[in-house]
Design a protein around this ligand. Structure first.
Ligand SMILES: [Zn+2]
Length: 242
């Protein structure tokens, strides 16, 4: 994986417009990891994928994340600054296989990946859980006899999928938020895809305006403006508006 240039970021942003978050995540990784094909990246566990996105975001915008929330205790708007080190779970080791035993059922599953989400996108929630379970199931036995995924009861499917998600903690990251006004403490999920994408979207719209201003003023092409460092671009913008 390598950092993205301004041209590459803008190309990913354009490609991701009107796409769902999952596709945006894969578009970002494909641009940052040209040595790996789409299916290899899509087969990474969701936690491994999000860990890569977190690192890419750090390379692009730095190690600090400013997130907004609303206190569920008093309704106060909250702003918190997080360091990237606080957005990694205690362990980022994702097991290739997750063994689960409930009663007489012994299951072996693998963590969820983007291909599973793509395959199950159009299903209703009850069907989705069962379809994801079937995709992730490596083996299942009941009373020492091998059984197909369809013979595993719904309740065990639900518990198994919760265990599979917990085995890949970066995919289901939570942060603790404390309100300074009423001292309420809340758990909030942190979604790196939507966070990173909203930053890319704001950056892309700003940089296109900057291209417009500098192209008009100096007759430069888009590529000329994008190849400038942020410092030099800012310097020229200040001279144009002086
Ligand atoms: Zn509060």
């Amino acid at each position: 994986m390598h950092p993205l240039s301004a041209q590459q970021m803008l190309a990913v942003w354009e490609r991701g417009l009107g796409r769902i978050p999952l596709e945006r995540a894969l578009a970002l990784l494909e641009a940052a990891c040209p040595e790996q094909d789409h299916d290899t990246l899509a087969a990474m566990s969701l936690g491994q994928r999000d860990s890569c996105l977190l690192r890419l975001r750090e390379w692009v915008f730095g190690p600090h994340f400013v997130a907004g929330s609303i206190c569920r205790g008093c309704g106060q708007q909250l702003e918190l600054t997080l360091h990237v080190d606080h957005l990694h779970p205690d362990t980022d080791t994702v097991p290739a296989q997750v063994p689960i035993s409930v009663g007489n059922y012994h299951l072996l599953l693998r963590p969820l990946n983007s291909l599973d989400l793509i395959a199950c996108l159009k299903l209703d929630p009850p069907e989705m859980a069962r379809a994801m379970f079937s995709r992730c199931l490596i083996s299942a036995t009941s009373d020492d006899a091998s059984i197909p995924a369809s013979k595993v009861p719904d309740e065990i499917v639900r518990n198994a999928m919760e265990d599979v998600i917990q085995a890949d903690p970066q995919a289901d990251l939570e942060i603790i938020v404390t309100c300074q006004a009423c001292h309420s403490t809340m758990r909030e999920s942190f979604d790196i895809i939507s966070f990173f994408w909203s930053e890319i979207d704001a950056w892309a719209r700003r940089i296109l305006r900057e291209v417009h201003v500098l192209a008009l003023a100096y007759g430069w092409k888009e590529a000329d403006v994008l190849s400038l460092s942020q410092v030099r671009r800012q310097f020229y913008l200040e001279m144009v508006s002086a």
